[in-house]
Design a protein around this ligand. Structure first.
Ligand code: HEC
Ligand code: HEC
Length: 258
């Protein structure tokens, strides 16, 4: 191919790509085409048709990947296969550019990733967060992001870990199934005082629990207390039950956004 036609072809291709990207894509073509041709086409082919060392990016399996999955397979790779992760070689924007190029090879519009902030911004979620940090007192025992206590599990991604009915049960009936590693111990001191807390450590002679308010880690010598027993009930109070229907929905919406 002589240079003139080569250049004409290239600018035609880029023109077409720009046309493809005038959708709702976040992140543009950028360097996607160039990076793809330099690093990916050896294995996947320049048009994504597949080569000896890599599969087609245009078959049914590749087309069925969600936008987030395309980004994550490029970033993190697939362990145990020839597909290495590229997260250490490229920054997020470059990964997005490459992913956009993969989509264009599939004849599809660009990558549209859910924006977390946008989700966090609904009035229901904001109201739920306020309840979580205030009236509900959830934050004294649970963290999300960098905030909150450690008596209960961190709640980041809780709605992906628990399905709908498990999440509702955790809220409505905390003691029905107590999360492993968050069990409670009950210590009765010689004067009859009862101390409840999250079990933390144990040796032959000592037991360490974290106080219910999360602030103190207390060590007891086993031979100096009257009894130590496993507490079957969750340390989580049934605050959720005391909330109004609307407040429960708001709190749920907030938990689902984490
Ligand atoms: C050394 C060869 C090689 C290179 C280089 C490579 N890949 Fe892959 N890629 C593979 C293999 C092999 C698979 C199939 C993995 C599997 O079996 O799940 C794969 C899978 C994928 C998939 C998932 C396809 C599907 O159907 O699930 C995508 C998307 C992908 N690669 C994109 C890329 C991009 C973009 C680059 C460049 C940054 C790249 N690959 C570089 C070998 C490679
Ligand atoms: C006094 C501490 C405490 C308070 C206050 C508290 N929790 Fe909990 N929560 C726990 C403990 C401990 C667990 C783990 C034991 C269990 O499964 O019940 C837990 C478990 C959970 C779980 C299940 C998590 C999982 O990964 O299994 C959810 C969801 C939850 N709490 C939400 C809330 C919400 C929402 C509030 C506020 C209305 C709240 N909690 C208030 C202590 C607390």
């Amino acid at each position: 191919m002589n240079n003139f036609i080569g250049n004409a072809c290239r600018s035609l291709t880029i023109g077409v790509l720009f046309a493809v990207y005038t959708g709702p894509a976040i992140g543009g073509v950028g360097e996607g085409l160039e990076l793809y041709n330099s690093y990916c086409s050896v294995c996947h082919g320049e048009a994504g048709e597949g080569q000896a060392m890599g599969k087609s990016l245009n078959d049914r399996s590749a087309n069925s990947l969600s936008d987030a999955e395309v980004v994550s397979v490029i970033k993190d790779g697939r362990s145990g296969t020839g597909m290495a992760g590229w997260g250490d070689s490229f920054d997020d924007e470059e990964i997005l550019d490459i992913a956009n190029h993969v989509r264009s090879l599939q004849g599809r519009s660009g990558i549209l990733l859910e924006e977390r902030e946008a989700v966090l911004d609904t009035p229901e979620i904001i109201a739920g967060r306020t309840l979580f940090n205030g009236k509900g007192k959830c934050v004294t025992c649970h963290s999300y992001g960098d905030e909150g206590g450690s008596i209960g599990p961190a709640l980041d991604g809780v709605a992906r870990r628990l399905d709908d009915s498990e999440l509702k049960e955790a809220l409505l009936d905390p003691s029905a199934k107590v999360a492993k590693n968050y069990r409670a111990k009950k210590v009765i001191k010689p004067d009859g005082t009862i101390v409840l807390g999250r079990f933390r450590n144990e040796s032959d002679r000592t037991l360490q629990i974290q106080s219910e308010d999360g602030r103190r880690w207390v060590t007891f010598f086993k031979d100096r207390v009257s009894s130590i027993t496993n507490e079957n009930d969750s340390l989580m109070p049934s605050i959720f039950l005391t909330l109004e229907k609307m407040e429960r929905d708001q709190l749920l919406a907030f938990l689902q956004s984490l």
